[in-house]
Write a protein that binds this ligand. Structure first.
Ligand SMILES: [Zn+2]
Length: 808
């Protein structure tokens, strides 16, 4: 920016001077300009590299690390035991894992117990597809008493796995981290505050273990600080992605005590928009809990699949979990826990060497200051004759083009890649996503450079730069109001850009200061925005790569004056000079376009499905034991060839026969009936008082089941009150035939007692009893998957359901 138009003159007397000048500009100036461009780019690349290196997880430490420190090698020994097999809640393998945990914690001299109960899911989310959801849970709880406690610190992870995989990362990472942190804490001086280790059960099914602990365990009665540890992938830095409200003091402790603090207030906002939930939610649902939630999330292709094994774990991520958790446990073990409610949220984000944080009340003033700065810059640029009002308006309007084009382009690019490789549709992220991520970034750069090459000559670099900063500043004000934790992403680069522009206008145009100023502003944009670009890819997956592309374009727009240095001097060139200038101006755009094509191509070449990276498929089996009719079911939208052998036609709803599956439409196909029994439904008591009939029932699966469900036909009765295992559950009516439903995960072998008080509408009340188990591969007609065909990471994968109706 800040380049005056070339003086052009038609006066013959000045012709010689003009010739000399243009020669001077064509020869001497371009070289200086090139030097400035190279210097600025090298500086920004260096800042970017340092920023990215700082985000990396630390080196895993060996088994002989000092006892007071965290060793990934020691923790990994627990990972191997915990994730040796699939250990879904209620399974014998789950019992063995629990025994290991209890043994280790007792071995450390900690008071350790198992909380064994039937508990509803967090907040009694009766909106769940199948109805009210509960689980039989067995939480492992251990206590390290503090010397002079001001409260309690809870270290929380879930030890159960999903049904189809051993949970090598999810959540053997969190569980094993806590065991190794417990060892390190007991090896040193005791903390002032109580530290409670909570290894929860049935997180995968319904967060029921955490809900049981947080709502009912005596140690949870007064609340405290929760550090929840998760893994939604196999690698990458541990990101502190969720906090309780009014987090400033917590975040301050995180910045102070976590050796590698990676976290941004923007992630909290992103996370709220995602359908994920963790045990942390169950704690926040109860009064008195505050805390931080951390996970590593890259390598999401294996999430919830059979491939989530200990071998898949990046031990640097484990070390990252451990270093931060140990640091935070010591810090929260030391401070007065009564002081943790700061009364306000903080804005925070990682920078090389630490975590920047400032109070939430600064967000809006900063955003308004940035806007004022950009307005002042535009005003001054116009006064100095660098821009006109018309060009400023055009620059502002046109800056919207790349902001829209990049996300659209990234989405179309991924649609194209998924069309070429349909198996991607069922994956959170490809197995090797790096080339695709680079392709999205190159595409964003190509669109930005093309837009710039096309608009630069007509509108001028200064008007475009100010217009772009205008969008950043405006977006900053908008975010400050709507999504305050994310405002810093645009406010700070806008502020830095406005200041740089003012410096450029206030100093000699051919001196070094304008270039230094715009490079510094570009560096601010890189430090603030690059981590978000990089972390958004694994957070949202390639299907939403457009969001990362949008942030990348914001970064490009903030650094527009540096981009401009790549182009020849702006101004009224004529003839061959202008032609050359235009050709040179098209160079960055052409290079970025080529890069996007090459990266996407390399991605398709590198990330092929094979035995180690199988294409995910989803299959279930559902048998109506009453009619003897059986079906294969799949929730794949476009079935893979393997799945296509089981299902055909249009998706159907099976909510009438298998109400616990909810109303999602599934692909279906005929199957042979297996000789499997439906769960038994026994009447323990049946009394009628006036218009109300009360049935005490026992629902007993006749085979090892992951879950059992009971539904009541709304046409035969209205359920007025319901109790499951002595707990009352909500009776809000569900849509469809089965107006009331309850789903119990990990049902005990002796069955589960359900007491229902109903207003009958007919002589008999119709109950639908259903259970679901593993064992798909033992069914008649099941053909084993070829090596390059895998299982989708879904909670309904490989489910085998049996149901029947009992009129009572
Ligand atoms: Zn999980």
């Amino acid at each position: 920016m800040g380049v005056p138009p070339l003086p052009t003159t038609k006066r013959r007397s000045a012709a010689a001077t003009a010739l000399v000048r243009s020669a001077d500009r064509a020869l001497a100036r371009p070289r200086r300009r090139l030097a400035a461009a190279v210097a600025a780019l090298v500086a920004l690349v260096a800042v970017g590299a340092v920023t990215l290196l700082d985000l990396r997880a630390p080196e895993p430490r060996p088994a002989d690390t000092a006892p007071g420190e965290f060793s990934a090698a020691r923790a990994y020994e627990h990972v191997r035991v915990v994730a040796a097999r699939t250990h879904v809640a209620g399974s014998p393998a789950n019992d063995q894992v629990r025994e290991h945990l209890v043994g280790v914690l007792r071995g450390l001299g900690l008071e350790t117990e198992v909380q064994d109960t039937v508990a509803p899911e967090a907040g009694q989310l009766s909106g769940a597809a199948g109805g009210a959801t509960l689980a039989r849970v067995r939480n492992v709880v251990a206590r390290l008493p503090g010397t002079d406690p001001t409260g309690k610190v809870f270290l929380v992870a879930h030890y159960d796995s999903v049904q189809v995989g051993p949970g090598g990362n999810d959540d053997a990472a969190g569980t094993s981290t806590i065991l190794e942190v417990a060892r390190a804490l007991t090896a040193g001086p005791r903390p002032r505050n109580d530290v409670i280790f909570v290894l929860t059960d049935a997180e995968e099914a319904c967060l029921c273990g955490a809900a049981a602990f947080a709502s009912a365990h005596p140690l949870a009665a007064d609340g405290g600080v929760v550090l929840n540890l998760e893994a939604r992938g196999s690698t990458g830095p541990v990101i502190m992605f969720e906090t309780s409200e009014r987090n400033a003091a917590l975040v301050d402790a995180f910045g102070r005590a976590a050796p590698h603090p990676v976290g941004t207030s923007f992630a909290v906002e992103i996370y709220r928009a995602l359908p994920n939930d963790t045990d942390f939610t169950a704690f926040l649902d109860e009064a008195g809990f505050v805390g931080l939630n951390s996970a590593y999330i890259d390598g999401g292709a294996i999430y919830h699949t059979p491939l989530d094994t200990p071998a898949a774990m990046d031990r640097a991520s484990l070390q990252h979990h451990g270093d931060n958790t140990l640091g935070l446990a010591r810090e929260f073990g030391r401070v007065d826990l009564a002081t943790l409610d700061a009364g306000h949220d903080a804005t925070y984000f990682p920078v090389p060497g630490g975590l920047v944080r400032y109070p939430g009340w600064l967000v809006l003033p900063l955003a308004l200051l940035a806007l004022a700065g950009v307005v002042a810059l535009g005003w001054l640029a116009r006064r100095r004759g660098r821009v006109t009002t018309g060009r400023l308006a055009a620059g502002f309007g046109l800056a919207l083009v790349p902001l829209v084009a990049a996300p659209v382009g990234a989405t179309l690019l991924w649609a194209g890649i998924t069309a070429a490789r349909p198996g991607y549709a069922e994956l959170l992220d490809p197995y090797r996503p790096t080339w695709y991520r680079l392709a999205v970034l190159a595409l964003a750069a190509a669109l930005l450079f093309t837009w710039y090459a096309l608009t630069r000559r007509r509108i001028g670099p200064a008007a475009l730069a100010v217009g772009a900063l205008g969008w950043l500043a405006l977006l900053g004000v908008l975010l400050a109001v709507l999504v305050p934790g994310g405002a810093y992403l645009v406010t700070l680069p806008a502020l830095a850009g406005a200041l740089a522009g003012l410096v450029a206008l206030a100093t000699r145009i051919d001196g070094p200061w304008p270039v230094v100023a715009v490079t510094l502003a570009g560096a601010v944009a890189v430090v603030v925005l690059l981590p978000t670009v990089v972390l958004l890819f694994p957070a949202l997956g390639m299907a939403m790569g457009g969001v990362a592309a949008l942030v990348a374009v914001l970064l490009g727009l903030a650094a527009l004056p540096v981009v401009d240095l790549l182009h020849p001097q702006a101004g009224g060139q004529r003839g061959t000079v202008a032609l050359q200038a235009r050709r040179l101006g098209a160079l960055p755009a052409a290079a970025a376009t080529l890069a996007a094509v090459v990266f996407a191509g390399v991605g398709l070449g590198v990330d092929r499905f094979d035995a180690a990276h199988p294409v995910p498929t989803h299959l279930m089996y559902a048998l109506d034991a009453g009619t003897g009719q059986a079906r294969w079911l799949s929730h794949e939208a476009e079935p893979r060839p393997w799945t296509d052998g089981y299902v055909d036609g249009d998706p159907v709803s099976v909510a009438d026969e298998f109400p616990a599956f909810g109303h999602e439409r599934l692909l279906a196909g005929p199957a042979q009936a297996a000789g499997l029994p439906a769960p038994r439904l026994d009447v323990l008591a049946d009394t009628t008082a006036g218009a109300e009939r009360t049935l005490r029932l026992r629902l007993t699966p006749q085979r090892p089941a992951r879950l059992a469900a009971l539904h009541v036909d709304a046409g035969t009765a209205t359920v007025l009150r319901a109790e499951v295992a002595g707990r009352s559950v909500p009776v809000e009516p569900r849509e469809g035939r089965w107006g009331f439903g309850v789903v119990v995960h990990a049902p005990p072998a002796e069955g589960i007692e359900v007491t229902l008080t109903v207003a009958p509408k007919a002589g008999q009340v119709a109950f639908r009893a259903m259970d679901a188990s593993d064992g798909l591969d033992a069914l008649p007609g099941f053909r084993p998957r070829p090596p390059d065909v895998g299982v989708v990471g879904s909670h309904s994968s490989e489910l085998l359901a049996v149901a029947r109706t009992y009129p009572l």
